[in-house]
Write a protein that binds this ligand. Sequence first.
Ligand code: HEC
Length: 151
Amino acid sequence: MLFYQAHLAVPNRRNYKDENVLKGKALFSSLNCIGCHAINQKTGTEAASDYLKNITIKPYSDFLLHDMGDDLADNRPDYLATGNEWRTQPLWGIGLISTVNGHTNLMHDGRAANIEEAILWHGGEAEDIRESFKNLSVDDREDLISFVNSL
Ligand code: HEC
């Protein structure tokens, strides 16, 4: 079971050549979503098998804690994380959540009903980026969401 789970591949990206997805990808960088949802990570030398050592993966996360503001806080510290801090959720596979789970409830407690709501719940360190998202044209917002859905 451990071997199987450790070696399960992430779903392939879909629609990644579509013009709107490519535009959304550029916005994902220019708005600096990648400041936390860092695209590439390299695995280390300690791993369940040689196949998993020293490989580049694209989880779209820095795996770090960030202060996400008072509105998202549960005010319940967890080990070194304060009640305002959350770990950047990896975005790989996010576009298939509805297929796999039959819902698109996002963020740590499922309060966001979809990707747009999830972005609008970003506060604290991500507050400026949330405001930039709100200031985009309707088309640009849809392109960014199409990109996230392609992951
Ligand atoms: C300051 C760091 C930071 C920035 C910048 C940031 N995010 Fe996030 N993001 C997070 C954290 C932390 C979470 C997890 C919050 C939680 O679980 O409540 C998250 C969660 C999400 C989720 C929900 C994932 C899930 O499975 O629940 C989406 C979608 C998302 N971010 C998209 C974006 C997009 C698009 C941008 C740019 C407009 C962006 N984020 C910018 C830190 C950031």
